[in-house]
Design a protein around this ligand. Structure first.
Ligand SMILES: [Zn+2]
Ligand SMILES: [Zn+2]
Length: 388
């Protein structure tokens, strides 16, 4: 398909056809760059990250800057085989933009195109981020010095699409938008033996069952029910055959909470309960936490208040206050480093994010672009950084 850079829907479809997994977004990166190079270049500066060749930062120089505003957009896709039947379906076998990051890229390019022709008052930094779905691209970029000097945002914004809101509707909330997540792997080691002689063995099937039941008391007994938290063990393995007592068992799960403190509380309880069960059942229990976890996406209170007020009061924008999502988002790490706001762009109705039939409504793209441009322009009229 020939890409017409004037048409955002066509741009989105071009990205949709070339989905790539975390840190391998080479074609996506090249197309983003090609499209940006077709814009007027007068105010633009580029920054690459050597250790992350698919990442891209673009700065738009402000005419009378009081601050640098960051805008983050994720660019990776998922190992899902597309089943939408669309003409512009993925051409990469087994990979699909099932989280709508193709649409995120398009909205970001729409905003960038506007400010490349109409110079903003403040500086803008666009971060096209690889590896949101796995491998924490935001952490890698931050640690590689992506956001230093002129590329350091004073405040940071980003959106995620959602099938739960009507196409083009903006959603947001004060506090946490996405839960924090931590992966947890627990390995139990005892002594295997003959099924007929339990007295000579340490049965890790029994220990595992007992441990899971104990761990499930954390959410019901240690957590403020108003705050909530999730502890799910989705994969449990042990044993080899029916008549041998299992000497090893593995439990794999995930922790979710709306604040970092909640995640840490659940982690601490897991450690204590595992130590207790190891003692009680005479076995060794190894706990590994924090493998591939995400910080909660905690919106800055003053900036988010300002954001919601603007969206609510804008005649041309449909806005809804939303509940938090228990899914994770890598932007949480950056909002832990820089104050900012994450918000939703409705793309519904369609099937859920990450599903093989996810087909966001493209009618969301232009209203999304317009809403963010209007917000940024309003933000830039407030001259003092603390003026929210
Ligand atoms: Zn996703
Ligand atoms: Zn996503």
């Amino acid at each position: 398909m020939q890409t017409n850079f004037d048409n955002l829907v066509q741009i989105r479809r071009s990205f949709h056809q070339i989905p790539e997994l975390a840190l391998k977004e080479y074609e996506t990166h090249a197309l983003i760059l090609k499209i940006i190079k077709s814009f007027p270049q007068d105010y633009l500066e580029f920054k690459n990250i050597d250790s992350m060749p698919t990442a891209l930062l673009v700065r738009v120089r402000g005419s009378n800057p009081h601050r640098t505003i960051g805008y983050r957009c994720d660019i990776d896709a998922l190992p899902v085989t597309e089943n939408t039947g669309l003409q512009f379906s993925s051409t990469h076998a087994g990979i699909m933009h099932a989280c709508g990051h193709d649409l995120h890229i398009t909205v970001a390019l729409g905003i960038l195109r506007h400010f490349s022709t109409s110079q903003p008052a403040d500086n803008l930094v666009f971060f096209f981020q690889p590896a949101e779905e796995s491998q924490s691209g935001s952490v890698l970029a931050f640690k590689s010095g992506a956001f230093t000097q002129e590329f350091q945002p004073d405040e940071f914004y980003g959106l995620h699409d959602t099938p739960l809101l009507e196409a083009g509707t903006i959603g947001c909330r004060m506090g946490t938008l996405f839960a924090g997540t931590t992966e947890v792997n627990i390995t139990l080691s005892g002594k295997s033996g003959h099924a007929a002689y339990p007295q000579n063995a340490q049965d890790m099937v029994v220990a595992q069952a007992y441990l899971i039941t104990q761990l499930q008391s954390i959410v019901s007994r240690n957590i403020d029910p108003i705050e909530g938290g999730v502890l799910t063990f989705g994969k449990v393995t042990s044993g080899t055959i029916r008549n041998v007592i299992a000497g090893q068992a593995v439990i794999e799960g995930t922790i979710r909470g709306l604040t970092q403190e909640m995640i840490e509380l659940i982690q601490e309880r897991i450690r204590v309960i595992c130590a207790g069960v190891a003692l009680a059942l005479d076995c060794k229990i190894d706990v590994q936490l924090n493998q591939g976890g995400y910080f909660p996406v905690q919106n800055n209170s003053a900036l988010t208040k300002n954001f919601i007020k603007f969206m609510r009061n804008s005649k041309n924008i449909r806005f809804e206050e939303t509940p938090p999502a228990m899914t994770g988002e890598d932007f949480g790490f950056l909002l832990n480093q820089f104050p900012g706001t994450m918000f939703w762009l409705g793309v519904g109705p369609t099937s859920s994010l990450h599903s093989a039939t996810f087909n966001p409504n493209e009618q969301a793209i232009q209203p999304g672009v317009n809403a963010v441009i209007a917000f940024l322009e309003d933000r830039m009229r407030k001259e003092h950084p603390s003026n929210v």
